[in-house]
Design a protein around this ligand. Structure first.
Ligand SMILES: [Zn+2]
Length: 400
């Protein structure tokens, strides 16, 4: 089914596949705010900011798209206020594409706060939850999630999903997965009703989210239900994705044949460690995002290492590259005494503003220990650029 679009509104969303190498793919997503070369890593701007960076930093470091959190922006400053200010792009002074999540995962995280239950009540209608800011009760139904995302005016919206912890047991996982499919239909209806346009008159793409935790049969059933709806792309979400990488890879391998080849694939919450990008891009993921790079930067963990041609062992596993690093998980811990007099930059192969300017490990360690604000910016510039560059390099390896 194709939406009827007014003549002055070109359908500015498309995905074209440029090259496939094994399961890995290189492509291009077209949005009303510009093109995105895939595979790519998307920095997370939870409350309309990627922590400690500004939008000029993000442009310079090559971020092609950023993620905004519907849940957080809904609560503060509120979607209506952002709409009044011209939408999220204008409000935050960011001209490139934006993807907004649906709020489903944040609502799940509320249920995981110890001693705060019951913060959330899920019914067929939607989720009733208490704001973590003022304790007030709020509803988030599929229609609310879409409405909020339309007011924000993102280029890619996510369907509202019911996310449950992996340990929930197969019956509850199945129930939540089936509810996610019914909610997906309601999201599509709300999207079609607005003629697939944002409150600011631009085409908005809508992606469905495959659930089903760690059960292959439920994941497959979830995808089959969603694939009947006219989504522009498909995401795979849930607690496992990005946390348990072995299972994440297995889930994508299992779904690979049934994921529509001509639509983008998004691994939600993947990209904490450099190796994670190799893992998911090797199984056909086009887009991933993670708060890891900025969060780890603030905690003193800075990426270090480089891509190499796959080792025979990695090649056998279908990996498109290997990652070589002297540090565990490719992260150097800047607090360590060994760096106190280290004049080297974080990573000599890195082209981020921090490394290019020549800031030494010794200086960064000092700033970190003194909890100076400059540290957070310099460290985040490095970690975010590191992941964006890694995705660029992996794309080159796939296309060559
Ligand atoms: Zn750097």
């Amino acid at each position: 089914m194709t939406a009827i679009l007014p003549p002055d509104l070109p359908n500015a969303f498309s995905f074209s596949l440029e090259k496939e190498t094994g399961l890995a793919r290189a492509g291009r997503i077209r949005t009303p705010h510009g093109d995105i070369e895939t595979p790519m890593f998307m920095p997370v701007g939870t409350v309309a900011t990627v922590k400690s960076l500004d939008q000029q930093d993000l442009e310079k470091l090559g971020a092609q798209i950023i993620l905004g959190n519907t849940y957080h922006l809904f609560l503060r400053p509120g979607a209506e206020l952002i709409a009044e200010m011209g939408g999220l792009h204008r409000f935050m002074n960011w001209a490139r594409p934006i993807l907004t999540d649906s709020g489903g995962f944040q609502i799940l995280s509320l249920t995981l706060i110890p001693d705060q239950a019951p913060m959330v009540k899920i019914t067929e209608d939607g989720a009733l939850f208490r704001s973590h800011l003022d304790g007030g009760e709020r509803w988030m139904r599929p229609e609310d999630s879409i409405r909020v995302q339309q007011l924000l005016g993102s280029d890619i919206m996510m369907a509202f999903d019911h996310v449950v912890p992996d340990a929930s047991g197969p019956e509850l996982v199945k129930e939540a997965m089936e509810r996610t499919s019914r909610w997906a239909k309601r999201c599509v209806d709300a999207w079609e009703k607005a003629n697939r346009q944002s409150a600011h008159g631009k085409y908005q793409a809508l992606f469905g989210i495959v659930q089903g935790a760690t059960h292959p049969d439920l994941r497959a059933e979830s995808l089959r239900a969603l694939a009947q709806l006219p989504f522009d792309g498909f995401a795979v979400g849930g607690e496992t994705i990005g946390y348990n990488m072995e299972q994440t890879v297995e889930i994508f391998q299992n779904l690979n044949a049934e994921l529509p080849r001509e639509k983008p694939r998004y691994a939600m919450g993947v990209g904490r460690d450099p190796q994670n990008l190799i893992d998911v891009f090797s199984v056909g993921v086009d887009v991933c995002d993670c708060v890891g790079p900025t969060r780890l930067a603030r905690n003193g963990a800075l990426y270090h290492g480089r891509l190499t041609e796959p080792t025979p062992e990695d090649r056998q596993k279908g990996k498109i590259a290997s990652f070589e690093t002297p540090y565990s998980n490719g992260r150097l811990s800047i607090q360590r005494q060994e760096f106190a007099r280290d004049e080297r930059v974080i990573d000599p192969d890195c082209d981020c503003a921090t490394c290019v300017a020549g800031y030494s490990r010794a200086y960064l360690r000092h700033l970190w220990k003194a909890e100076e604000l400059t540290y957070y910016r310099l460290a985040s510039l490095h970690n975010v650029r590191f992941m964006v560059r890694l995705a660029e390099q992996l794309r080159t390896m796939i296309t060559k």
